[in-house]
Design a protein around this ligand. Structure first.
Ligand code: NAP
Length: 302
């Protein structure tokens, strides 16, 4: 059974793909109100390549007493710790948690709450968004890396992902991958918010991007992530050009007045730098500017 906590973009995307090859899936919703709203609609809808399919998946609230062996945690990083605290008593001995959260920080906070549970970390380049309640649009095919920093052995169910069309690899350095993605995010997303531009708009700020990449490289080296630092600036430029027409996820969050995951991205990077007494003036100034910007729009900085 795949228990999936959070029927948001990624949660529904995973649920629909697992269910359509006949795997048992159980959605886990926030509360009775959300469950009642879901039951009125009766299923999740996946829009892929212009085609719409509906999946009448079972759902329950977090406080349902049934035990859980495998849980995909598909909420935002800032919701992860509280969500896991709520379902922790339901996790069986030897249970597995798959953590889809972007950035760093939430995974360690979750793992500390559930000793004895195997936490598998994921980093995904897939793109999905909700165009209505219980509807997800699969906007960008991508790849998902999964890994366990504490055990190299892959779990036995990776074949289920292959059969579901969830393209993935087992990574022996998932923390390095998460750091690399975090660094790319720090070099691009905050600037797109501050300049209110698409990713391609950063072409007009090459010196700022280059300076941030230098500091991010220094941070990665300081944090023992030398491999994640390699060729960072080149990849940042490649991403900026390949996604020139897109608005970054952080830009979209701010534009829609939604809370961002800044605390697990640039916030995490700056906290790590401070912990290591590594002075990164441009990264810290960027963080301050971003927090001021969020504050001015009434958005949380955490
Ligand atoms: P999302 O669309 O906002 O979905 C999050 C879902 O979690 C929401 O449906 C929310 O419920 C639910 N949730 C939060 N707390 C809960 C709780 N205690 N119990 C039950 N449900 C709870 O977010 P997302 O875009 O799927 O992103 C999830 C994570 O994946 C993020 O860290 C994101 O950065 C990462 N990611 C996303 C994408 C993408 O394309 N979307 C790509 C790569 C990585 P409500 O609906 O009730 O608020």
């Amino acid at each position: 059974m795949w228990h999936i906590l959070g029927a948001g973009s990624l949660g529904m995307l995973w649920a629909a793909r697992l269910a359509r090859i006949g795997l048992p899936v159980q959605l886990m919703l926030r509360n009775e109100e959300r469950l009642a709203a879901y039951r009125q609609v009766g299923g999740v809808t996946l829009v892929e390549n212009g085609q719409t399919s509906r999946y009448p998946l079972p759902a329950q609230t977090l406080d349902n007493p049934a035990p859980i062996q495998r849980l995909l945690l598909a909420c935002k990083a800032y919701d992860a710790e509280a969500a896991v605290a709520q379902i922790a008593p339901r996790l069986m001995a030897g249970a597995e948690l798959i953590l889809l959260q972007n950035g760093l920080g939430s995974q360690a906070a979750v793992a500390a709450q559930v000793p004895g549970v195997r936490c598998i970390l994921a980093s995904s380049t897939e793109g999905a968004y909700r165009d209505g309640d219980w509807r997800v649009v699969f906007a960008g095919h991508g790849h998902t890396w999964l890994g366990d920093p504490l055990a190299l052995e892959p779990p036995p169910w990776l074949g289920e992902l292959s059969r579901s069309g969830i393209t993935h690899d087992w990574s022996l350095d998932i923390v390095g991958r998460l750091w690399r993605k975090l660094a790319l995010n720090c070099a691009i997303n905050p600037l797109t918010v501050l300049y209110d531009c698409r990713n391609g708009g950063l072409d007009e700020h090459p010196a700022e991007v280059a300076t941030l990449c230098l500091e991010l490289r220094e941070l990665l080296h300081t944090c023992g992530q030398a491999a994640a630092a390699e060729g960072l600036h080149d990849e940042v430029l490649r991403v900026i050009h390949a996604t020139a027409a897109n608005y970054s996820s952080m830009h979209q969050d701010v534009a829609h007045g939604r809370r961002t995951e800044v605390a697990y991205l640039l916030g995490y990077a700056c906290a790590a730098a401070q912990r290591h007494r590594c002075t990164l003036p441009h990264l810290e100034a960027l963080h301050r500017r971003l927090l001021d910007h969020l504050h001015a729009r009434g958005l949380p900085s955490q």
